[in-house]
Write a protein that binds this ligand. Structure first.
Ligand SMILES: Cc1cc2nc3c(=O)[nH]c(=O)nc-3n(C[C@H](O)[C@H](O)[C@H](O)COP(=O)(O)OP(=O)(O)OC[C@H]3O[C@@H](n4cnc5c(N)ncnc54)[C@H](O)[C@@H]3O)c2cc1C
Length: 390
């Protein structure tokens, strides 16, 4: 009887135990037909925690447990090892397991340098960090990767390469927000985005069953984009409900998203909010400001043009659902455009289109005025209400 003892049921231990059994069942069995691997080889997998993969989501632990059982791996939980000899493992409860192959997969120790640092640590020696990956709340010490203990509801992210790699954009995103005085992503959001494993998801607006309006606002009404966002939602939500806060949080940083804050403010004829939203959009973009400005103007041209079309059709007495289908836009967008159109006269909308076209040409180099000044002037002109005569 051969016995393998693997100490530590984290990712390495679970993977090793499972691979060992695969090796026996699929490869060695054919090479050594006289050995009954199913009965003559036992694999023990030990861990002090009450589940395998304790660093991961409970559902993953359950899936792994099921698979380990199918592979006839003997999982011993809440079992602390106190002693390891050349051919035996003794547990704290005094149980002795004899085996020729003993594998330690109980985790790696933190880097010795980390232990010497005067920073608050978790029990496993990692440095406790907040949602901006700051250690001990200090602005000048950030920790990511294996050395960082980033916890969500006391559950730390595991020490894995993909976590380490995705923590970097998360840390950068939150630090930039912090410096700019903007809200940082909550730890749950950081952890969820890391779990999705796609850095693009940081800048992604998330759809929600009960937040379809907010999603369209965030993503736009392009069906392809929406489908892609809904797909990401499915991964992110994992069966749980998504709120508007989630949509807004996850939409942060996506340059296309705040355009809705600009067009909404314009549609309400709120000059101050239009300028604020524009400033915020330019600030938040990771792309060069000049390019972002040109993109913003192009979006505004498109938006005002759409509102004009909706306005004309609405004036003909056509209902918004029919307008939506004729213009191939989402009914929500048609409804919103109709509402905005109600705040402008047809002449004002025509004038806004002309002013934006001039701005577009100016921003692309046809004006001697600084583009941002020109943008501001145009926004004020096309947004403010006309002064009443008398
Ligand atoms: C055996 C094993 C298997 C693994 N398998 C997987 C796996 O399959 N999938 C997975 O996702 N993760 C796996 N991991 C975990 C993964 O390797 C780590 O989570 C990841 O490398 C952490 O990245 P990091 O940048 O924080 O640290 P590291 O990758 O360890 O990088 C730290 C760097 O800092 C350098 N350094 C350390 N001290 C100093 C110093 N004093 N001065 C200057 N430089 C220093 C080191 O040389 C090193 O290059 C495995 C780990 C091990 C040990």
């Amino acid at each position: 009887m051969a016995l393998h003892v693997i100490v530590g049921a984290g990712p390495v231990g679970v993977e090793l135990a499972s691979s060992l059994r695969d090796l026996m069942d699929h490869t060695l069995r054919r090479i050594y037909p006289t050995i009954d691997f199913a009965h003559e080889v036992t694999i023990h997998l030990l861990d002090g925690a009450d589940r395998v993969l304790p660093q991961m989501d409970g559902r993953l632990s359950r899936i792994a447990m099921k698979r380990l059982a199918q592979q006839r791996i003997n999982v011993l939980l809440k079992t602390l090892v106190s002693e390891i000899g050349p051919d035996r493992v003794r547990t704290k409860d005094g149980v002795e397991l004899r085996g020729r192959t003993i594998v330690w997969s109980g985790g790696v120790k933190v880097n010795p340098l980390v232990t010497t640092l005067d920073l608050e640590k978790a029990r496993d020696g990692r440095i406790l960090v907040d949602e901006c990956f700051r250690a001990s709340g200090r602005d000048d010490v950030l920790v990511v990767g294996d050395a960082a203990f980033f916890a969500v509801r006391d559950q730390p992210l595991p020490q894995l390469a993909q976590v380490a790699v995705l923590e970097a954009p998360a840390a950068a995103r939150n630090l930039a927000a912090l410096v700019r005085g903007r809200p940082v992503l909550r730890p749950q959001t950081v952890a969820s985005a890391i779990r999705i494993g796609n850095p693009a998801s940081w800048n992604t607006a998330i759809a929600a069953r009960d937040e379809s309006g907010g999603t369209i606002e965030a993503v736009g009404d392009d069906v392809g984009d929406l489908a892609s966002e809904v797909q990401k939602l499915a991964t992110w939500a994992n069966g749980e409900q998504i709120t508007r806060v989630n949509v807004e949080e996850l939409a942060v940083g996506r340059a296309e998203t705040p355009i809705f804050a600009v067009t909404d403010a314009w549609g309400r004829r709120d000059v101050a909010a239009t300028l604020r939203a524009t400033e915020s959009l330019l600030d938040r973009s990771h792309r060069p400001r000049s390019g972002e400005l040109i993109r913003l103007v192009a979006s505004l041209v498109g938006h005002v043009g759409r509102v004009r079309k909706v306005s004309r059709l609405a004036d003909e007495g056509i209902r918004s659902s029919e307008i939506a289908s004729r213009l191939k836009i989402h009914p929500f967008v048609a409804e919103k455009a109709a509402k905005q159109a109600g705040n402008f006269s047809p002449e004002e909308l025509a004038q806004a289109t002309v002013r934006l076209a001039e701005l577009d040409a100016g921003a692309k180099g046809g004006s001697r005025l600084p583009p941002e000044l020109q943008l501001e002037r145009t926004l004020v002109e096309i947004t403010r209400r006309p002064e009443r005569a008398g």
